[in-house]
Design a binder for this molecule. Structure first.
Ligand SMILES: [Fe+2]
Length: 427
């Protein structure tokens, strides 16, 4: 029987199908463009290869082709009869994932991995900050992610992908030095793993190494295909460091060419959240953001996230609506409750509304009781700094400088002297 890159048996006898499956698997796990084509070639070589259709589902989803993903899933299920128990369970996990049953999918992934821990494409569903643990909405989800990758790591030996996934978990639980050591090993094995490069950038962000971060991405990005899933988000990191460095020209050039929805290649979740975050962080730092930018982003949020429910998107959609003066849509977030952190979103939306009006005391009152729930929205610590620094800024604007500095020192100590907030006098 043929097997994949991780030694899992595959129900195909066609070498070319297996080889293309592995190309797709590696492209997908390293966040590089090409997975759709590779899985397509795999099913072309063996039209009965059900797991290759399952790979195609994931690759289509990552490319934002949801209709094609749904169609590939139907074919995967049609072909599943002669497949192994692992392949059947793998396809079941994907079916739950695509149906939006996140809790059930997360639990099915755990169960699947107890029997087949080296099924990396299934493990991937729960890993990193945008996975199903990252978006569980639970307090402690960062530690849950660390537990998850720690459980899997011994099964993967010297594998570049799993090393990078565990290094991400370490980074997001404050273990930046251990994370860097492991990520360097991972990058030695595969320097073009964009997940590793991405979180190497996060490690540098967490250490507040602005110049080193800019240099790193400046060297790494030119050979990263613009069509790859992380191109827009890595550009966000570049723009953010340009902001911190006072390089406004580079910041806007990067936003306009690669981050914002107009020209960037990000999936809607990243296009919305990264653009909203960099706009508001630019405002915090003292840069002027044209109201037309906010209006365009608010319209984009209406089109792509018309309903409340993805709480990480909702934090940023409500920000965009507040800054654009789109009260009709902002009100939906103030009155709604849907989503994995839907109980907290109304407070954040009310805070954005108050901030847009310059009502700083009201904004402080809305944010203060909820700061320990910020983790529940998902995303990385770097992304969450939108809320951390907003809260500090609100306190400064409300005249509570002592509390503002204490909050920063306690919650983001690496940035206590250098947070890019104009009122701190650091820009
Ligand atoms: Fe990031």
């Amino acid at each position: 029987m043929l097997s994949d890159f991780y030694g899992n048996n595959l129900t195909t006898t066609t070498g070319l199908a297996r080889d293309n499956y592995d190309v797709g698997l590696k492209a997908f796990l390293s966040a590089n463009y090409g997975a759709e084509q590779a899985f397509s070639l795999a099913v072309e070589a063996d039209p009965n290869f059900s797991l290759a259709y399952a790979g195609l589902v994931r690759a289509h989803m990552a490319a934002g082709n949801l209709k094609a993903a749904a169609s590939a899933l139907i074919t995967a299920k049609k072909m599943v009869n002669g497949a192994t128990e692992r392949e059947k369970s793998h396809i079941y996990c994907i079916e739950l994932l695509t149906s939006g049953k996140s809790k059930e999918a997360r639990e099915a992934v755990y169960k699947h991995l107890l029997e087949w821990p080296r099924d990396a494409l299934v493990a991937q569903i729960n890993t990193s900050v945008f996975g199903l643990i990252g978006f569980s909405g639970q307090i402690g989800r960062e530690n849950d992610l660390l537990d998850f990758t720690e459980m899997l790591l011994p099964h993967y030996a010297e594998d570049w992908w799993m090393m990078s996934m565990h290094a991400i978990s370490l980074c997001e639980t404050g273990q930046t030095i251990a994370s860097m050591e492991l990520m360097e090993k991972s990058l030695d094995l595969n320097p073009r793993n964009a997940n590793a490069a991405h979180f190497f950038a996060h490690i540098l962000y967490e250490e507040n190494e602005v110049e080193a971060g800019r240099d790193y991405l400046h060297a790494w990005m030119p050979s990263y295909d613009r069509r790859s899933i992380l191109h827009g988000h890595l550009s966000w990191h570049e723009a953010l460091w340009a902001l911190q460095d006072g390089d406004e020209t580079k910041m806007w050039a990067t936003i306009d060419s690669s981050v914002s929805p107009e020209k960037g290649t990000s999936l809607p979740l990243n296009a919305l959240t990264d653009t909203a975050a960099i706009y508001y962080r630019a405002e915090l730092a003292g840069y002027k953001v044209d109201t037309k930018r906010w209006s365009r982003l608010s319209e984009y949020a209406v089109q792509n996230f018309p309903n409340m429910g993805q709480s990480f998107a909702d934090v940023h959609a409500s920000l965009s609506h507040a800054m654009a003066g789109n009260d009709e849509y902002l009100q939906k977030y103030i009155e709604g409750k849907n989503g994995f952190a839907g109980d907290v979103i109304p407070f954040i939306a009310k805070a954005w509304k108050a901030i847009a009006k310059g009502e700083w005391l009201i904004a402080a009152q809305e944010l203060a009781p909820n700061i320990d729930d910020f983790e529940r929205f998902g995303g990385s610590r770097a992304q969450r700094d939108l809320l951390e620094f907003t809260y500090v800024n609100v306190l400064l604007r409300a005249g509570d400088t002592k509390k503002a500095k204490n909050v920063l020192l306690r919650r983001r100590p690496k940035f206590s002297q250098t947070a890019p907030i104009k009122l701190l006098g650091k820009i």
